[in-house]
Design a protein around this ligand. Sequence first.
Ligand SMILES: *Cc1c(COP(=O)(O)O)cnc(C)c1O
Length: 368
Amino acid sequence: MPRPIIATIHPEAVRHNLERVQQAVPDAKLWSVIKANAYGHGIENVFEGLRATDGFAMLDLDEAQRVRNLGWRGPILLLEGVFEPRDLELCSRLGLWHAVHCDEQIDWLAAHKTQIGHRVFLKLNSGMNRLGFTPERFRAAYARLNALTQVDEISFMTHFSDADADHGVDHQLQVFHATTLDLPGERSISNSAATLLHGDEGDVRCDWVRPGIVLYGSSPDFPTHDAAHWGLEPTMTLSSRIIATQELHAGDTVGYGSRFECTEPLRLGVVACGYADGYPRVCPTGTPVLVDGVRTRTLGRVSMDMLAVDLTPVPKARIGSEVTLWGRASNGTVLPIDEVAAAAGTLAYELMCAVAPRVPKVVEGAGK
Ligand SMILES: *Cc1c(COP(=O)(O)O)cnc(C)c1O
């Protein structure tokens, strides 16, 4: 028998979350962001759940190719644009839209031989200082692009650095609209947080929104609001089983570094899940976990292949009992991935992306 750890992907939850976003911004078109292999879920595993989207956005050309191979004929956007001139050939061949964020990318386009007019998103650096032209250089970039026969349509984008905070978008929003004011073309500025927190404001919503993390069921402003508040469902369950139990007495310690010491007798379960599976080693004693769908806590340090849980609230638990590290247990109880991420001092994004290749992915409902 294989080690009992698996990551179960829930395509129906992906579909549900997409609908939630569509309801939040009914007039906007959606780029469903599936970079990093759909935030660790596997593009092929979420594709059906996202079919009702208007377009797919990612970074890797290889991922764009995979979406075309799945039969998607609609828009695909490369959020970082091309990395070298020959990438433009694939853009022409697959009909990819691509961001243009630097002069070099315009040089490459100018030298690119193609019959196909490209659709590009000219990217403004409105303050995050990652990608994009500064407001001072934006118009010159637009003029250059607009003069190219290789370019068919120019749209405009920027990216928020603080969309999850109160008023976190105000300054960048003002810079974006002031810079693009009279330029003709579609606009896209909102990630998940801006879409859910400010989607009712037309100047934030614009023509296209670019949700990522909410499609995968994580709250964009946890812990202010949890996923249930936004009506989002978990799209990934990381589960395993108890492979051993121990009866501990007062004074006994647990795991490497003896980080947990019992003050009273306690039954402990050993779970087949460790940091080599992608479960964060930094999760301290007390990180929430479900055993047979009952909420309990981890004990001591996370090892490479195992971690320990407190079985006090689940006296019937034994070898083989189901353990839910995050997501939905068989009895329907949900442990939000955001809670585990918070215990690790990080975000659900990182946990989803870090699930190790050795963890088999299973798609719920597949093969039925
Ligand atoms: C990743 C990304 C998004 C999606 O961000 P979420 O916070 O996951 O919604 C949107 N736009 C760009 C440019 C991105 O890189």
